[in-house]
Design a protein around this ligand. Structure first.
Ligand code: 13P
Length: 288
């Protein structure tokens, strides 16, 4: 069944847990995530990256994921991730996304607020008041679709931690329903050990009641994700580790399946298994 993302996250937080969100570039991965969620009896979120959404078949993928969510045995939400282009957002919502991360984090503070407000107004004006908006405050280093670390040459803009002093003003003026934070988390691989700024996260958590979102979860130890969930982080985004697992299977198995009569079906089965195992682990970790 499809679920409103904010309701899914709030009910997880009430039980002291968080909901994992997984970037899906394809239907096989999404199917694997939904199967893992059904096996775990827990909700999950299917993320569509902005470049995927903007690709020629992006709207069809979103529509397919929405169909998958509608038919799932557990609550599933479909979210357009990190979008700053209002046209792309409206197209993704028309295709079936029921939530969007309106990402104005690279803009000056007031422009970030103005972007979120204008997307909200656009959505409401088109009868999409039920579309849930996540907004982002602070800059997240790293590449959304590729696993370069934060410091890899050319891969990342300068990152800035979320300024906790801006949180109350930002949340009330944007009307955002979830807040993505930058507390030392990065997209892609961490250079060395991740060092989350628990002091900053704690400070943010006492300043707003809306659920917080931790992007860049790949590489963060399980116990730290659990600790974050206790600080009002109700949604945790994974991409890099999921891709790594799938790519390892492809690398290892593709020649065997080629030799086995070009057996694409078996290869897709193993692709799905890798994604399902990863999602199952994340679901277990965050259920604690
Ligand atoms: P990672 O690729 O670091 O897991 O981050 C994923 C993410 O935050 C998607 O929004």
């Amino acid at each position: 069944m499809r679920a409103r993302l904010d309701h899914l996250v709030s009910s997880a937080l009430q039980q002291g847990s968080a909901v994992p969100a997984f970037t899906c570039y394809d239907f096989t991965t999404a199917l694997a995530v939904v199967s893992a969620a059904e096996e775990a009896g827990r909700g999950a979120i299917l993320l569509v990256a902005p470049k995927t959404a903007a690709s020629p078949n992006g709207p069809r993928l979103i529509a397919a994921l929405r169909g998958l969510a509608d038919g799932a045995g557990v609550p599933i939400a479909v979210q357009l991730d990190h979008a700053a282009d209002p046209e792309l957002i409206l197209a993704a919502v028309a295709a079936g996304a029921d939530s969007v991360l309106v990402d104005g984090s690279s803009l000056p503070y007031e422009d970030n607020i103005a972007l979120v407000r204008s997307v909200r107004a656009d959505l409401d004006g088109r009868g999409n008041a039920d579309v849930v908006i996540e907004a982002e405050l602070g800059g997240l280093a790293g590449d959304e679709d590729r696993a370069f670390g934060a410091d890899a040459a050319g891969s990342a803009p300068a990152a800035g931690l979320t300024d906790s002093g801006q949180v109350e003003d930002f949340v009330s003026r944007t009307g955002a329903q979830l807040l993505a934070v930058a507390v030392g988390n990065v997209h892609g691989k961490y250079q060395g050990e991740p060092r989350l700024r628990w002091d900053v996260l704690q400070d943010i958590a006492v300043r707003t009641r809306i659920p917080l979102v931790l992007h860049g979860a790949s590489g963060i130890p399980a116990e730290e994700l659990v600790k974050a969930a206790a600080m009002n982080v109700g949604k945790v985004n994974f991409n890099t580790e999921l891709r790594t697992g799938v790519l390892a299977v492809l690398e290892e198995r593709v020649s065997a399946h080629r030799a086995d009569g070009e057996n694409l079906q078996a290869l897709l089965g193993q692709w799905g298994d890798a994604a399902r195992n990863f999602a199952a682990d994340a679901l277990r970790t965050l259920a604690r």
